[in-house]
Ligand binder design. Structure first.
Ligand SMILES: [Zn+2]
Length: 93
C-alpha cells in the first residue's frame, strides 16, 4: 500500500493505577494499548486529539481558539501544558 501510519506518542500520560500496569492519556483517559499511537485512538473530544487535528489542519483561527481553551485548563488539568506546547503560538509560521 505504501502509506505508513504515523505513530503519535507525544500525548501526556498518567498511570492508570489500581494494579493496571499501563498508562493512559491524561486528557481522555484512554489507555496506551487502546490508543496504540493513533490519533483516532483518543476520544473525539480529547484535547490532545483536537490539538493534533488543529495543527494538522493548519487552521490558524482554530489553533488560536484551542490555545485559549487549553490555556484556561493549564492550572487545573494535569497534562494541559504539554498539549499547549503542541500548539504553535500566535504569529508562528
Ligand atoms: Zn487522549
Amino acid at each position: 500500500m505504501g502509506d505508513t501510519p504515523e505513530y503519535h506518542a507525544d500525548y501526556p500520560t498518567r498511570p492508570i493505577g489500581g494494579g493496571n500496569p499501563y498508562h493512559c492519556c491524561s486528557m481522555c483517559g484512554r489507555s496506551d494499548p487502546s490508543i496504540n499511537g493513533r490519533i483516532e485512538g483518543h476520544a473525539v473530544d480529547c484535547l490532545y486529539r483536537r490539538a493534533k487535528e488543529a495543527v494538522a489542519s493548519g487552521d490558524a483561527e482554530l489553533i488560536a481558539l484551542l490555545r485559549e481553551e487549553v490555556w484556561d485548563l493549564v492550572l487545573v488539568k494535569r497534562g494541559a501544558t504539554e498539549v499547549l506546547n503542541l500548539l504553535p503560538s500566535e504569529g508562528a509560521s
